[in-house]
Design a protein around this ligand. Structure first.
Ligand code: NAD
Length: 513
């Protein structure tokens, strides 16, 4: 990785090299065991991180609680100014942070840069929003009364994030939470702790330059045990958790048991419907990027292609042909299309999925393989695979976080394809490739896709920050990022003011003394 300038990138991000001891975030709530971060790119140890203990968590909580007391009083547009400065710093560190994302997580360098760009975009969005946290005004039924609603900050927002978007998901939450007046405690994935430290170092600089308390942004590194402290903690009114459906079910129950709010962004099982009127060239690019981008480790990765029987063979041949062009290797090398999986455990799940699809009666069209030899020393590189399958196979119903694409055939009307597309437990992203207006509108209608994201002539992966992001059913129902997603980070208050000398009651109720 040296040839790609990783040493300089780590230095720019304030991350200590392996032989210089542990890297900790600047607010340093970390005195526990060492967590080592190995790169799936080359299997090398990138850095060491101290994990947070329960006592560290408590300290972070106290810092956050104190910080909230003053941060909430700062006018929202001034908080927006802090987020603007954060966005500026991200612009300067885009290259370094993008490289670290690519090296620690394994996604292509372009996607690493893209992730940092997403952080910059959400900062810009949040800056504008800081002057627009609107409530409504209503007409009171009582004379001489005024009624309106306003939004106040919630308090401490707990953020639990997944390995596959190690920096962007945090910023989607924090940029909005901060302009809303909240303070944040972040537990990044234990698979990407250095990305967490790099982000923390950048925001810590901004806070310091503005004489603001560091408790506005707290980092606690560690595994699910730290996450559990957060989900059980009544001082955390909102827990935003991104990750597997398995994790989401545990988190949702823990937070609900104390009647807290949770924002869940969980697994997907995303499909593209390819109708007889589809543009095949666009379909191939959208489907292949969707299935192999980030080595199939996006929540919005394309897992299923639902193709009309009349064009099935044509589409199948085109996609299989495209897979033959894929270059698999070091994701920092921009000539490669596909990088590694996150770890060897993910490789095992990939292998099991391919075995299972065959056991259930599927037919492999593009063989999978775990790559070995020069450049593949980490043991995490796999060949993207394609199998012909049926929607009711257990393995097709399940999200395998790897580049395995299932081809499914439909006949008759587009309704049949929509039924297959909706016939899974998850409801994140969906797409239709068609130039037929009736099919497209049906897909978007009330009887169409049941997902949080439904695209026409675009694949399933790669969302813009301007829209609300999230999905239904086992994807958890949460919405983050654009549109009015900010509302979950605030508490709504309805205010009624009486400016008369009488006290009329609502609904005309009489009560005289
Ligand atoms: P994961 O569920 O293994 O871990 C996610 C996070 O949850 C980690 O930080 C982990 O430490 C924490 N965690 C695990 N158990 C916990 C518990 N009991 N209490 C509190 N915290 C706990 O997921 P992963 O492997 O890191 O990420 C992949 C998954 O994330 C996929 O299913 C993917 O679809 C999903 N994902 C969804 C979105 C979305 O926006 N919908 C975005 C990215 C990833």
């Amino acid at each position: 990785a040296q040839q790609f300038g990783m040493t300089e990138a780590l230095a720019q991000l304030g991350i200590k090299a392996v032989n210089e001891g542990t890297s900790t975030g600047q607010n340093n709530f970390a005195s526990g065991d060492i967590l080592e971060s190995y790169s799936p790119v080359d299997g090398q140890l990138i850095g060491k991180v101290k994990m947070s203990t329960a006592a560290d968590y408590e300290k972070a909580m106290q810092a956050a609680t104190e910080a909230f007391k003053t941060f909430r009083l700062m006018p929202a547009p001034q908080r927006g100014e802090i987020v603007r400065q954060f966005g500026e710093k991200l612009r300067k560190r885009k290259e370094a942070l993008g490289k670290l994302v690519s090296y620690e997580m394994g996604k292509s360098l372009q996607e690493g840069y893209g992730e940092v760009q997403e952080m910059i975009d959400i900062c810009d969005f949040a800056v504008g929003l800081s002057r627009q946290l609107h409530g409504l005004t209503m007409h009171s039924e009582r004379p001489g009364h005024r009624m309106y609603e306003q939004y106040h900050p919630l308090g401490i927002v707990g953020i639990i994030s997944a390995f596959n978007f190690p920096v962007a998901v945090w910023s989607w939450n924090t940029a909005l939470a901060w302009i809303a007046g909240d303070v944040c405690i972040w537990k990044p994935s234990e698979k990407t702790p250095l990305c967490g430290i790099a982000c923390q170092n950048i925001i810590a600089e901004v806070l310091k330059e503005n004489n603001l308390p560091e408790g506005i942004s707290c980092l606690v590194n560690g595994d699910y045990k730290i996450g559990e402290l957060m989900t059980a903690d009544t001082r955390v009114p909102l827990v935003s958790a991104t990750g597997s459906t398995r994790m989401g079910k545990i988190v949702a129950q823990a937070v609900a048991a104390r009647l807290g709010k949770s924002l869940l962004e969980l697994g997907g099982n995303n499909a593209i419907i390819v109708t007889p009127d589809a543009d095949i060239k666009m379909t191939v690019i959208g489907a292949v990027f969707g299935a192999v981008g980030t080595a199939g480790q996006r929540c919005t990765s394309t897992r299923r292609l639902i193709i009309h029987e009349s064009i099935y063979d044509k589409v199948k041949d085109a996609i299989v042909g495209a897979y033959g062009q894929l270059r698999i290797g070091n994701p920092l090398d921009q000539n490669n299309h596909v990088g590694p999986l996150i770890d060897t455990h993910a490789v095992d799940l990939y292998k099991k999925a391919l075995e299972q699809v065959v056991a259930e009666g599927g037919k492999i069209l593009v063989e999978g393989e775990v790559l070995s030899g020069a450049g593949y020393e980490s043991g995490c590189y796999v060949k993207p695979a394609i199998a012909e399958a049926s929607n009711d196979f257990k393995i097709v119903q399940h999200e395998t976080f790897a580049p395995v694409l299932y081809l499914l055939k439909y006949s008759g009307d587009v309704e049949n394809a929509i039924e297959l597309q909706n016939g899974v437990a998850q409801g994140l992203s969906s797409a239709i490739m068609t130039n037929n207006l009736r099919e497209a509108e049906k897909f978007l209608s009330v009887a169409g896709s049941d997902c949080g994201i439904a695209n026409v002539n675009i694949g399933t992966s790669g969302a813009e920050i301007g829209g609300a992001f999230g999905g239904e059913k086992e994807t958890g129902g949460g919405r983050e990022s654009g549109s009015d997603a900010w509302k979950i980070y605030m508490r709504r208050q309805t205010n009624t003011i009486n400016y008369t000398t009488n006290l009329p009651l609502a609904q005309g109720i009489k009560f005289d003394l």
